[in-house]
Design a protein around this ligand. Sequence first.
Ligand code: ADP
Ligand code: MG
Length: 511
Amino acid sequence: MVARVSTVAFQGIEGVPVDVQVMIGPGKINMHIVGLPDKAVAESRERVQAALHASGLAMPPKKVTINLAPADLPKEGSHFDLPIALGLMAALGAIPADALTDYVVLGELNLDGTLAPVAGALPAAIGANALGKGIICPADSGPEAAWAGSGLDIIAPRSLIALANHFRGTQVISRPQPAIRAAPGDLPDLADIKGQESAKRALEVAAAGGHNLLMVGPPGSGKSMLAARLPSILPPLGPAELLEVSMIHSIAGQLSGGKLSDRRPYRAPHHSATMAALVGGGLRAKPGEASLAHHGVLFLDEFPEFSPQVLDALRQPLESGECVIARANHRVSYPAVIQLVAAMNPCRCGMAGEPGHTCARGPRCAADYQARISGPLMDRIDIRIDVPAVSAMDLIRPAPAERSADIAKRVAAARERQRERFEGAGMGTTVTNARCSTALIEKIADPDPGGLQLLRDAAEKLKFSARGYHRVLKVARTLADLDGKDRVSRIHLAEAISYRMAGERLAPATA
Ligand SMILES: Nc1ncnc2c1ncn2[C@@H]1O[C@H](COP(=O)(O)OP(=O)(O)O)[C@@H](O)[C@H]1O
Ligand SMILES: [Mg+2]
């Protein structure tokens, strides 16, 4: 007899249905797993045998064959332990064979028969719900699975024995409840920053339109401080965004305690990060920092210190909104709609261009350092600003600074204008000006005659690439949104062009 249990294999953030087939038959005593298992799946043989033994179930002295169908789909991860163990238990008659037909099963086993939490419970539960099935998963993954829907049947036991007792009717396992991550204490506030009014303005514009931002300035001018305060002015995630973001974090095993939060992700990887850490991949396909920052901010401090290959790997996600990873025999993609925020010193010693300082290595110091950022990557950064050292006057007797909460209100209003506009154009609710298509931006950011003249002159003088031209239009549209204006005018374009010019001095933009 063949016992069957449904489970999933993850491809990107999607769970592809997998059928675990267990057959106990005559032959040499052995247990085989077939169907393209990776190392973790192959090892599940040892965990399953030990866990069944610990739960008081003896393995039969027969040949056990386990097939993971479809056979040509690669299976990765440790969550196949539980479906394999349940398949065996059903084949041995320890649980009723038809008890499992209405469930998708995933979970890792400890040697003592208890269940360990696994990555991906949320997307698996969403997939199960779509199929009209329930889900069986470890107790610690339960609160995460509970987000998939209030009608979803969830059994989240602590151990194999508890599950067997549940099926026998001698023990009831209650349904887990979805948990919300309590908003951690107050975020750092922009009011802490003295002076730097133009940098704060640029941060507000970047937040309002979801634009990529580069801050260049000497050490200690407050660049890292400014970036750390961006989350305090960003609007919360919408319901659809929240689910998408949580699915990625679930696949990466980063939803602590299965709790979800509507705060926008903010990821700040160290500059020693590898390609796999940043865009995903590695031994087991896993989302990288860029995907973990989906619908949020990826902050790269000390921008030129990242390896050039790693930085250039970001070009593709910045353009397409997803990270595509080539595996041995298939491709995996993870969503990565990100706002890139970067900070750098103007040169290695950090003081190039500062009044009263001369660089020992002369202009080459700055040129070499800045050349580490490739032209095409620089071209994708809409807003580039100089953050000069904060003046002594500002430090000693600062003007009263605006609080993040007030700035966040203006950002939210500008985002609301974008949402209405893009929803009207049938583009969904999650589009920002920065991600709007080029055809649409030409329509919605149509400048008045004065603005058009300015744009024409600037494009000619500064030799904008086509991408650069469209990015200026996008920033100008955001500035008009912050202003509450329907039409993009000369002052909006002037400011948008000035954000572009700071960068033209930095590195020649080539598309
Ligand atoms: N504008 C400012 N207002 C208040 N403190 C500042 C400001 N700029 C810098 N600082 C102080 O300097 C420290 C270093 O700032 P940081 O943001 O790390 O600089 P950077 O990243 O530009 O090198 C901060 O921790 C803060 O104490
Ligand atoms: Mg810094």
